[in-house]
Design a protein around this ligand. Structure first.
Ligand code: SF4
Ligand code: ZN
Length: 343
């Protein structure tokens, strides 16, 4: 016998919600998913009427669902937001060029303005060129640091008040685990916050409306709504450590689905003991972006690339930054260390 939807008791259930275990029909699932995002937005007061909001759009499932739901809720609940899409072109042939085509179609489908900022334009380097120089082990460090800044630059060009990103509950829980595993207490608390205030000039406040949405539900939503998204993985995606954290999380989820949200709650409630030394936020002496060192991570990575010393921004070489920047000669040993790459 077909199972009836546990919400409307009229239509046939087509899915079992991963988050709650309820059997729902398509329409009731859409409504539940969308209204939960709305509740998240209202409870955390993510937006104010009249704000211009940039949606970080990669063409992937999360940001496509985010753009779709933001547009829908903006109309359904009269948020009064001016929405736009911001995309970062990392310069990855065979991956980003294709996913950007998806974003361009989304732009048409959702009738939203789109701004694309590219690494090549901003830094003079594409990820293709960076991988040629640094290999496939640390490429995501460059990419992550550059993306964060690129999004801010795009947001400033578009004059948006806020950026929203498609980070979902699984991403947040995974980041909590990663920060615990790395002992990164400074990031541990910060990674669960749903919105960040502007931390300084050139940094646009960010928020995560999908923070409590399970990845499995995002996939179901995109699938049943027949959203147009790009699902290929980046060709340079090694990030083995994060991969293990992800597998671990998926294992936990299969035993107890609430593990994801439980981990997020743990992260939210952990606090750092008073007196623990935390990095002091300042600004980069070269580009003015926020930084806890004299130079921001982005400028150090770029300096390393431009000098053919790709390891400069990887690992703990702070001692050498001063030396490099004041043009003091490096010892043979130091040069060798900064040059070596792991392919
Ligand atoms: Fe960039 Fe790494 Fe993500 Fe590819 S997998 S887009 S290189 S951060
Ligand atoms: Zn800088």
């Amino acid at each position: 016998m077909p199972v009836l939807c546990s919400s409307c008791s009229e239509k046939r259930a087509v899915l079992k919600r991963p988050k709650t275990g309820h059997s729902l029909c398509k329409e009731c699932f859409f409504w539940a998913f969308e209204e939960e995002v709305h509740q998240t937005i209202v409870a955390a007061e993510l937006f104010k009427p009249g704000e211009a909001v940039g949606i970080a759009a990669s063409g992937g499932k999360d940001s496509t669902v985010l753009a779709h739901v933001m547009k829908l809720l903006n109309e359904r609940h009269s948020y009064g937001l001016q929405l736009m899409l911001i995309s970062v072109d990392e310069g990855i042939t065979g991956y980003r060029d294709d996913s950007l085509e998806t974003v361009k179609r989304n732009q048409q489908q959702y009738e939203l303005p789109l701004k694309i900022v590219s690494y090549e334009e901003l830094y003079g380097w594409t990820m293709d060129a960076i991988v040629k120089q640094v290999g496939l082990k640390n490429n995501c460090t460059f990419c992550g640091v550059f993306r964060r800044q690129a999004l801010d630059r795009g947001a400033i060009m578009l004059k948006v008040d806020k950026i929203c990103t498609g980070h979902n509950a699984d991403d947040v829980a995974e980041t909590v685990l990663m920060n615990v595993l790395r002992g990164d207490i400074a990031r541990l608390r910060r990674c669960t916050t749903i919105s960040t205030a502007s931390e300084g000039d050139g940094v646009v406040p960010r928020c995560k409306p999908l923070k409590y949405a399970y990845e499995k539900e995002i996939v179901l939503y995109a699938y049943f709504k027949k959203l147009d998204y790009f699902s290929t993985e980046c060709i340079y995606s090694p990030n083995a450590y994060r991969g293990h954290a992800r597998t671990f999380l998926k294992d936990l989820e299969s035993i107890r689905p609430s593990s994801i949200v439980d981990i997020i709650h743990s992260g939210e409630n952990l606090s750092v003991r008073e007196g623990v030394k935390m990095p002091v936020q300042g600004t980069c002496s070269r580009c003015g972006y926020i930084s806890s060192q004299a130079l921001c991570k982005s400028c150090v990575l770029l300096e390393g690339l431009n000098r053919g010393l790709p390891k400069l921004g990887i690992g703990k070489h702070h001692r050498l930054h001063e030396k490099i920047l004041s043009q003091q000669p490096l010892t043979e040993n130091e040069e060798r260390k900064l040059k070596s790459v792991d392919f």
